[in-house]
Design a binder for this molecule. Structure first.
Ligand code: IPE
Ligand code: IPE
Ligand code: MG
Length: 263
C-alpha cells in the first residue's frame, strides 16, 4: 500500500478540520539550496499549491486558506515581486478551469486595490465563475495583512455606527467577525507553516485565536500530500481545550469536586 493510502487510513473522517490554513513559506531557501534564483522556488511552490488543493478537495475539507503574498512582501526586490505577480496570474489563468471543474469555490482576500487592474479582472472573473460551486472553498490571501484586515473592519464598524445602521452596543466578537474578509467562514482549526519559522507573519490574527499550529521544517516546494495528511493526523490527536480543563472535556469526574475557597 502506498504511504498516502496508509496515512489516509489513519485519518478520522468524522473529525476533519473544517478549515485548514497554510503559511506557504520557504520557496526562496528551496531555490538557494539548489543555487537557483528565488523565482524558481516560487514556480515549484505553485505546483505544490495545485497538489494540496486537490488533496484537500478529495478529503472533503470545507475551507483551505493559503497565504500567498503578504502586504509586507511588497518590500521585496522589484524583480521578485513582479515574478510573483506573474506567477499568480498564470496560476489563476491556467488552474481556474481545473478548480471550477473540481467544484472548488475560490475567494481572494487582501488589499486587492494594490494589485494590478489586469490581475483584479482575472480574480473577479474566476471568483464569479466558481461562485456557485459547493466543494472546497479555497481562500487565497494576496497582499494580505491581518492588522490591515482588522483596521479595515474597525473603520467599517465606525462608519456603520455613524450611519445609524448599528449601535455601539451591538458590537461583539461575532458581529465584528462579519466585518472581516473571512466573514461567513469558520475560524481555522489547523494552521500549517512550512520551513520551520515559528511565527505568524501577520496572518489571520483575529481568526487564529484557538487554532492548532503545525510547524514543519519542510520547505513549501517539498511539501507533499502525505505531509498534509500527517498534519491532519497530528491535529486529530490534540485536545482542544478552549480554556476549559481536560477533565471537563473528557467528562471525567471533576478532580476539583468538593473544593471550595472557604476550605
Ligand atoms: C514564501 O517563500 C513565498 C512568499 C512569501 C511569497 P519565501 O519567498 O518567503 O521563502 P524564504 O522564506 O525566503 O525561504
Ligand atoms: C509569510 O512569509 C508570507 C507568506 C508565506 C506569503 P514571509 O517569508 O514573508 O514571512 P517572514 O518575513 O519570514 O516573517
Ligand atoms: Mg519566507
Amino acid at each position: 500500500m502506498s504511504l498516502y493510502n496508509e496515512l489516509l487510513k489513519k485519518v478520522d473522517k468524522e473529525n476533519l478540520p473544517s478549515h485548514v490554513a497554510i503559511i506557504m513559506d520557504g520557496n526562496g531557501r528551496w531555490a538557494q539550496k539548489r543555487k537557483l534564483v528565488r523565482v524558481r522556488g516560487h514556480e515549484q511552490g505553485s505546483k505544490v499549491v495545485k497538489r494540496i488543493v486537490e488533496t484537500a478537495s478529495n478529503l472533503g475539507i470545507s475551507v483551505l486558506s493559503l497565504y500567498a503574498f503578504s502586504k509586507e512582501n511588497w518590500n521585496r526586490p522589484r524583480e521578485e515581486v513582479d515574478a510573483l505577480m506573474q506567477l499568480l496570474h498564470h496560476y489563476l489563468l491556467v488552474e481556474s478551469r481545473n478548480l471550477i471543474k473540481n467544484g472548488i469555490r475560490l475567494s481572494i482576500i487582501g488589499d486587492l486595490k494594490s494589485l494590478s487592474p489586469k490581475l483584479n479582472e482575472l480574480i473577479a472573473d474566476v471568483c464569479a465563475r466558481s461562485k456557485k460551486n459547493t466543494g472546497t472553498r479555497v481562500v487565497i490571501a494576496l497582499s494580505y495583512s491581518g492588522r490591515y484586515e482588522i483596521t479595515q473592519a474597525v473603520k467599517e464598524v465606525v462608519r456603520d455606527v455613524q450611519r445609524h445602521r448599528i449601535s455601539v452596543d451591538d458590537v461583539d466578537e461575532q458581529m465584528f467577525g462579519q466585518y472581516l474578509f473571512t466573514r461567513g467562514l469558520p475560524d481555522p482549526d489547523l494552521l500549517i507553516r512550512t520551513s520551520a519559522e515559528k511565527r505568524i507573519s501577520n496572518f489571520m490574527l483575529w481568526q487564529i485565536a484557538y487554532t492548532e499550529l503545525y510547524i514543519t521544517k519542510t520547505l513549501w516546494p517539498d511539501f507533499t500530500k502525505e505531509e498534509f495528511l500527517k498534519a491532519i493526523i497530528s491535529y486529530q490527536k490534540r485536545e482542544r481545550r478552549f480554556g476549559m480543563t481536560g477533565d471537563q472535556l473528557s467528562r471525567r469526574p471533576d478532580s476539583f469536586r468538593g473544593y471550595s475557597l472557604n476550605e
